[in-house]
Design a protein around this ligand. Structure first.
Ligand code: KDG
Length: 318
């Protein structure tokens, strides 16, 4: 079944309208963020069916997120509203180069109360793939337990699990906990999608071959490591591996969301039965489109936009 379940915390997002530190910004644009939400948008734009499991507060951010999900065609029947808990939100700065500054207001949010109990009625029988990220595991102890449960439930139901480490040290009590939990989830995943800098933190190497081998030896089936502008390295349990070159991007506007676009591209390709290198190439393309816009998800391409981008754009190795 080509039905993807995403679980995580969509949030309100204020994007600075001018460069500078967050406390000096004069005006912000209002949007929606959240790694798993971005992947859901990417998948539905590419024509896949996605449903979202989360908890939202009874507030304008929650209403906005729900409406946006509906507009994007993301199924919302697993979205719970939680009385007495706010929907999380975050601020994002504007930068001329490098990664923007991020500040979260999400402690005690509705989504942080997600727990294994919320998964009890979940029907995974028509679900082909479950996508989770390390961010959800970082939100609270109950979220962490729920993500581990969910990975097990997905396997029992015959669904694939894809996992993006999405390391957010700000959200974890310690680097050790972040590393241990992330690696545990990665080894349970069929598809693991870390960045090369994350591999240094997680397994102590930035050699993509060594990092991928570490996860493959411990049960993961396919590891795809993002190499930034260079593209990505993949290795699977059957011994196939290689580097897929990235696409040339003339002007990077905002790097946030590139990894989520990458995940949407890779997952959609795998669900369509593309060979791994082609699915990875699609991931690189969606990630490259995404860095050319300011929002975390509004740049995600439709099938037509993706096809014309891939046909016209040179690769980094050209
Ligand atoms: O990957 C992009 C996300 O980081 C962004 O949309 C916000 O989910 C988010 C987070 O927790 O940082």
């Amino acid at each position: 079944e080509d039905n993807v379940l995403l679980v995580g915390e969509p949030m309100g997002l204020f994007i600075a309208n001018e460069p500078g530190p967050l406390d000096e910004v004069g005006s912000y644009d209002f949007a929606v963020a959240g790694a798993e939400f971005n992947v859901a948008v990417g998948l539905t734009r590419l024509g896949h069916r996605a449903s979202f499991l989360t908890k939202l507060g009874p507030d304008p951010f929650g209403d906005r997120i729900l409406k946006l999900m509906e507009r994007e065609g993301i199924a919302t029947d697993q979205v719970l509203r939680t009385e007495g808990r706010p929907t999380g939100f975050m601020l994002k700065s504007q930068v001329v180069t490098g990664d923007p500054q991020i500040y979260y207001y999400r402690k005690g949010s509705a989504a942080s109360t997600l727990c294994s109990q919320d998964l009890v009625g979940l029907d995974l029988s028509r679900c082909g793939l479950v996508h989770i990220t390390g961010i959800s595991a970082a939100l609270s102890d109950s979220c962490r337990a729920a993500m581990l449960d969910l990975a097990g439930r997905a396997h029992d139901a015959g669904a694939l699990v894809s996992f993006d480490s999405n390391l957010r040290p700000q959200l974890w009590a310690s680097e050790e906990l972040m590393r241990d939990v992330t690696n545990e989830l990665a080894c349970l995943a069929d598809v693991f999608l870390p960045g090369i800098n994350e591999c240094r933190v997680l397994v102590g190497t930035d050699d993509p071959e060594k990092a991928a081998a570490w996860y493959l030896e411990r049960g993961c089936r396919l590891v795809v490591i993002k190499l930034g502008a260079q593209g990505a390295y993949y290795a699977d349990a059957q011994g196939r591996c290689g580097v897929v070159p990235g696409f040339v991007v003339e002007k990077v506007v905002d790097t946030v969301g590139a990894g989520d676009g990458f995940a949407a591209g890779v997952i959609s390709g795998l669900l369509e039965g593309l060979p791994v290198p082609e699915a990875v190439e699609r991931g690189c393309a969606v990630g490259a489109v995404q860095v050319t816009v300011r929002g975390d998800n509004d740049g995600l391409p439709t099938r037509e936009e993706l096809a014309s981008f891939m046909a016209s754009r040179p690769r980094c190795s050209d």
